[in-house]
Design a protein around this ligand. Sequence first.
Ligand code: TXA
Ligand code: MG
Length: 348
Amino acid sequence: MTTELIKIRGLTENAEDFSRAGRLLKAGNVVAIPTETVYGLAANAFDVSAVKKIFEAKGRPQDNPLIVHISDMDDIQKLTSEFPEKAALLAEKFWPGPLTMILKKSDKVPFEVTAGLSTVAIRFPSHTYALAVITAAGVPLAAPSANLSGKPSPTSAQHVMRDLSGKIPMIIDGGKCEVGLESTVIDMTGDIPTLLRPGGITLSMLRDCLGEVQVNPKILEEVDDGEAVASPGMKYKHYSPSAPVVIVNGESRAFKNFVLENAGDKKVAVLCFDEEIPLFDNSPVSVVSYGRLSEPDELAAKLFSALRSLDDLDPDIIYAREPDCGDGLELAVVNRLSRAAGFSKISI
Ligand code: TXA
Ligand code: MG
C-alpha cells in the first residue's frame, strides 16, 4: 500500500482532502490525523473490522483499549450509559482539549474498541484539522497514538511516515503538535475521580475544577508482571529508543562527571536541558536537549522528538535528565521519560 501524505494549508484550501479522508474512514479504512497532543491513527469507532486495522498497523497488544474522539457533545449519549455531574464540569471547562475521560460505555461501543472493558475512553480534541476529519467521517473515531507500538508517540507527520509508511493509506499533515504529550486520562466511573495518565490538563487544573482527585500510584512506578492495573496502557514498555535509557538526578556538574566517568568505550548519548548543552563541549558524548528546564511546555513539546533523535544516533546507552515534578505539566514529562527508561533512575 502506498501512503499518501497530505500537507494541509487550510480548511478551505484542502476541503476536498478532508472529504476524501472522511470517505476513506466511512469505507472502513484508517487515516492518521494531527491532534493538539500527538498524531492519532483513526478509524470508525463503530466498525469492528476498521478498528482491527488499527491494531494490525501498530502491532498493538489486543488488550490495550482505544480512545474514542468526538467533535460534538451529542455523541456522548451514543457512547456512554452514564455521564456524571463531575464529568460535565470537566467537559465544560476543558473540552475541546487534551483531556480523556473514562466513562461507562453504551451497548453501541464495540468491545474491540474497549478491549473487553465495560468502560470507554472519550476525548473531544481541539485541533481544527482533527475536528474537520471527525466531522467529515460523520462518526466518532477510535484513535491511539499513530506510532508503532512501543515507540515514542509521533508529534509530526514525518514521525508517522517513518513508523507506518506502507501500512496505512493516508496521513493528514498538520505540522507539529502543540502539546507534544498524549492527553490526560481521568477515570470518572468511581466516587472520586482518579488520574490515570498525566498530560496537558494538569493535576492542579483538575483539582481546581473538581476538588478531590486521586492519583493512581502507577503513574510514577513500574507495574509488576501480572499485576492488575486501572489502565491497560500502564503495563507496556513505552516511548523507548532502542538503547537503554537511565535517568540521572543531581547537580549538572555531578551529572557531567558521572557521564564521563561511566562512558568507558561505550557510545554515550545524553538527553538534557538546553542549559546543560555546554557541559559536554569537547567531549565524545552526543547531546540532545529537549528545551529549557524553566519551561515545562517546551520539555513536553520536544520530549518525543528528542527520543526519536536519540534513536537515530544509535548509542549504546542514553543518560537522561528529568525536571522536578509536582502537580504541573512536569508530572507528565517525568511519567513519559520514566517509562522510556523502564523506571531506571540513579541519584548522584
Ligand atoms: O492524546 C491522546 O490521547 C492521543 C491522541 C491521538 O488523541 N491518543 C492516545 O491513545 O494517546 P493511546 O491509545 O496511545 O493511549 C490511550 C491510553 C492507553 O494507556 C489505554 O490503556 C488507556 O488510554 N485507555 C483507553 N481506554 C481505557 C479504559 N476504558 N480504561 C482505562 N484506560 C483506558
Ligand atoms: Mg500510545
